[in-house]
Ligand binder design. Structure first.
Ligand code: SF4
Ligand code: SF4
Length: 393
């Protein structure tokens, strides 16, 4: 945002056309700035409430100065789309939605951080952000891969790229497979034609890439009929529930922790092995604030004999702090001292827990890195992994 008032109405109108018209709603109360998690990082000044004014006046992206463009780019991409600001805005203004429109212009002009540029190229070439071989999407499942979805099955499994190709997150996929088999769920995957849901890259401003991915997935999801679609990642949950209906794609999506809660309640899964562990649970923004799923993962964890669940003081449920991976943050490099994941693992360690439980592959990846670099004495585990450990073979 420029400190000098120099309006550019063409830019303003383009941002409005791309969905940023809600900038008009803002009356500058400043709540968004005070609730943004960046406010908690020492040395970072992130006046979120300046974005709506800058957009309304067309005083953004209106400079030829390279340093100023770079500064604005950093500010525009700092938002991790956690929606802490939206939940407190008295005018219901979504800053990440507003910034998505601004980012779209930056993507179209290729004025984006280099790692994001390379991630978009991976999406274009392979349909996923890790440049994984599409034919090997389910190679982690062993020979034969995953069963294919067929009409009449109870569930379709929409797997997550990060948990299909990411070395650490893959173990959550393996644990999920074990649990579905143990509970004798009739399920099938969408196959190697499945693309990334595209939700996160859309938040990063790559609208065209998102549309291409979603259209390819639409064909597969169209065959699912009335079966529910279970997702590994809450980013896919938000994508399928919020973004896909805009394209006319409607499915009944549930997160794996919601499904596990049902299977345990129905007695189809019986965690029996004691895990004498003190565990704290991190609410992913996409599962908590954005999908309203707070209790199911907690009930699942509490069903494990011996496990003690403790909460992070003040920053749990809808007050949870983002891992920093949302809004495209997972693909960006922030310098040490500017990482939300570092802040979060320190909050988790303060509880005295030995395990930080997560329910999202992005959180897993972000926290694994932070646990290593900060040296806090925590182990990061997916809720699914913990349940799989507590099942008797
Ligand atoms: S909380 Fe909403 S109304 Fe208040 S400054 Fe932020 S965007 Fe504007
Ligand atoms: S979505 Fe989160 S990171 Fe982005 S401006 Fe709002 S509170 Fe800050």
């Amino acid at each position: 945002m420029s400190d000098v008032f120099s309006p550019d109405l063409e830019i303003r109108d383009l941002i409005f056309e791309y969905g940023g018209e809600e900038a008009k709603k803002c009356y500058q109360c400043g709540m968004c700035t005070s609730l943004c998690p960046w406010y908690q990082i020492e040395g970072i000044y992130y006046p979120v409430n300046r974005f709506p004014t800058a957009v309304r006046l067309g005083a953004i992206l209106n400079t030829e100065d390279k340093d100023e463009i770079a500064r604005q780019m950093t500010e525009v991409f700092r938002c991790v789309g956690c929606e802490a600001c939206l939940s407190s805005c008295p005018r219901g203004l979504s800053t990440p939605f507003l910034l998505r429109a601004v980012r779209r212009i930056l993507v179209e002009n290729q004025s984006i951080p280099a790692p994001l540029m390379s991630t978009i190229a991976k999406f274009i070439n392979t349909g996923n952000p890790l440049a994984g071989d599409p034919e090997k999407r389910h190679a982690w499942a062993g020979e034969g891969g995953l069963p294919a979805f067929e009409p009449g099955m109870e569930l379709a499994w929409f797997t997550c790229c990060t948990a299909d190709y990411g070395p650490r997150c893959m173990s959550a996929s393996k644990a999920t497979l074990k649990l579905l088999r143990k509970a004798e769920v009739k399920f099938g995957a969408l196959g190697t034609q499945q693309q990334c849901c595209g939700k996160a890259i859309r938040r990063a401003g790559a609208e065209e890439t998102f549309s291409r991915l979603a259209k390819q997935n639409a064909e597969l999801l169209g065959k699912v009929g009335d079966a529910r679609v279970v997702v590994t990642s809450p980013h896919c949950l938000v994508g399928l529930r919020r973004d896909y209906p805009e394209l006319g794609i409607e499915v009944k999506a549930v997160h794996i922790t919601q499904l596990l809660d049902e299977l345990i309640t129905e007695g189809r899964l019986k965690p029996a092995r004691e895990l004498n562990l003190k565990v704290t649970y991190h609410d992913p923004c996409t599962l908590g604030r954005q999908s309203g799923v707070y209790e199911e993962p907690r009930r699942v964890l509490r069903s494990i004999p011996g496990l003690e669940l403790v909460e992070m003081e003040n920053f749990n449920r809808d007050q949870s702090v983002c891992c920093g991976g949302g809004g495209g943050g997972i693909w960006l490099d922030w310098p040490k001292g500017e990482r939300l994941s570092d802040l979060r693992v320190r909050q988790a360690a303060k509880t005295g827990a030995k395990v930080l439980a997560v329910a999202c592959p992005y959180c897993m990846q972000m926290f694994e890195d932070s646990v290593k670099t900060t040296g806090v004495g925590l182990e990061v585990k997916d809720v699914v992994e913990l349940i799989a450990e507590s099942l008797e073979d």
